[in-house]
Design a protein around this ligand. Structure first.
Ligand SMILES: C[S@@+](CC[C@H](N)C(=O)[O-])C[C@H]1O[C@@H](n2cnc3c(N)ncnc32)[C@H](O)[C@@H]1O
Length: 218
């Protein structure tokens, strides 16, 4: 976690995209959200995808360990915000958006009770194998039944480079979410030709996948 904080302090945030994620644009409708509904963006960084969601009139709740990320989201998008202390978090709040600045694992059901959907891009794959299991278990504990989730993952031969981002295969996704979520793969392609950093390291393939999950009764 301290490593993430120092990445933000040193502006080593290579994952941050200026463009809105194309898979979010393509698959947002699969989340069945209506205007005014709330989406949860775990490990949100300062992703511009949150701004896109706000423009779609979808309310956003994020959680992010770095206060630099939380603050930059608002300042770079010219959004006014306030900061308050809530349940051990610093809460950055603007029109339609709340970013809990603190540890994802400290979030509770009460913070997310109105959430109708989850958007995970570069969050699960930011974590090592042990933390991924903890992340999914915790997610299942803090969201309501029937909540839908769009999950974007990467898979590549892990022995050819170290994470983050970590490789997460379809079988791992099935295993992680088995029991408490229904899982459907929406998309999967090998996109190595658009990944020069992976190519330079001699990585054979980079599969990019999108899953639609839904929390079900166990
Ligand atoms: C790879 S980045 C992805 C950010 C964002 N999802 C995006 O697409 O740009 C992972 C983010 O998770 C944050 N993070 C890591 N561990 C966390 C934790 N336990 N609680 C909250 N945020 C965390 C990091 O600071 C970092 O901003």
């Amino acid at each position: 976690m301290t490593d993430w904080i120092s990445r933000w302090e040193n502006n080593r945030i290579g994952w941050h995209a200026n463009q809105i994620n194309r898979q979010l644009i393509k698959y947002l409708e699969m989340l069945n959200l209506s205007s005014g509904d709330t989406i949860f963006v775990p490990l949100c960084g300062k992703t511009n995808d949150m701004f896109f969601l706000l423009e779609k009139k979808i309310k956003v709740i994020g959680v992010e360990i770095s206060s630099i990320a939380a603050e930059q989201f608002f300042t770079e998008n010219n959004l006014s915000f306030s900061i308050s202390k809530v349940d051990g978090f610093e809460l950055y709040e603007g029109d339609g958006i709340r970013i809990y600045c603190g540890d994802y694992f400290d979030l509770k059901f009460i913070h997310l009770k109105e959430v109708k959907a989850v958007y995970d891009r570069a969050s699960l794959i930011a974590l090592d194998e042990e933390l991924r299991q903890k992340y999914v278990k915790h997610l299942s504990d803090i969201i309501s039944l029937d909540v839908r989730m769009l999950l974007l993952t990467l898979n590549y031969p892990q022995h050819q480079r170290s994470g983050p981002p970590f490789a997460v295969s379809k079988s791992e996704v099935d295993e992680l979410f088995r029991g408490s979520f229904h899982c459907r793969e929406l998309y999967c392609i090998n996109d190595i030709e658009n990944e020069p950093m992976f190519q330079n390291l001699g990585v054979d393939f980079v599969e990019k996948a999108v899953y639609l999950l839904q929390k079900v009764r166990v």
